[in-house]
Design a protein around this ligand. Sequence first.
Ligand code: ADP
Ligand code: MG
Length: 306
Amino acid sequence: MPIECVKLTKKYHGATSKSLDNVNVSIPTKGIFSLIGRNGAGKTTLTRILGTQLMPSSGHASINGLDVVDDAKELREIIAVIPQDGKPVPWVTPAQMIMTYLMWRGYGIRDARSRALSVIKDVGIYKEKDKHIENLSGGTRRKVLVGCVLASEAEIVFMDEPTTGLDLISRTSFWETLGRLKKDRFFLLTTHYLEEAESLADGIGILDNGKLLVSGSMDQIRRRIRYKYMVTLGKDAKVPDVKGKTVRTSNSTKIMTSEKEAKKIASEMIRRHAEFSMSPISLNEIFYSFVKEDIDLENGESHEEK
Ligand SMILES: Nc1ncnc2c1ncn2[C@@H]1O[C@H](COP(=O)(O)OP(=O)(O)O)[C@@H](O)[C@H]1O
Ligand SMILES: [Mg+2]
């Protein structure tokens, strides 16, 4: 059963605007769902409401049929939350941290030890298991937190910006770990890294100004976009006359257009022996096109496209 939000709204005490504004969404609790948006979009607010840590102002949210307010106690048995900036205790080792965590939850020492060991293998930190956490890389530290959450047997895991600030290699390895673990669990995570969300998440939601602009699989989201293809030409290229949107940057010319028009441009470039590349538009462009539209609507502007 999915996560259901109905008219979910949050206005913090004393705030002038809504941090979540009438969010309606249904998210299947399978695989990985990634919530993306600029700073202040409402990602943390939504994650905390779903994690039963924050009360909505109005509307409802439920997970597997359990209401985040009325059934919070039951819900906490099946969910786990890693907050934004969550950190493991620095002066113990990953093995100690996960074992202690399990013993708090009532496991006997033997069970806790063998369970901790198996989780340590699952998240790929076996080599680091006996080192002090303060000496581990940022990526490994986050994996220790994931280890604790997994040890708890929660089926549904919320992680707020688990990869922010990690270098590319740590981020890739973190996602690989989630990719392996998602068979038995659902992860909802927030991120700024659109290319990661695009290639690794099963579902994506774009939040902006407290509003959910779109949600679904990459294919479903792409279907909502007018121009589904992008052709990239050199920066000084003469742009053929096509229907679409042209953006010139300091080192390239990008044309967002339909598949048919993109193929026309491609054959023209081949005829001219000019360099070009062509691909379905990425989440990056999709994100900006949704968020830009939102900004334009607010300012009462419209933008003409030829
Ligand atoms: N405790 C709070 N009190 C008042 N306003 C808040 C509080 N927490 C967040 N906000 C505001 O709510 C909006 C959404 O914030 P947040 O959910 O943290 O966004 P994100 O995680 O996408 O950066 C922002 O405008 C932020 O300033
Ligand atoms: Mg946040």
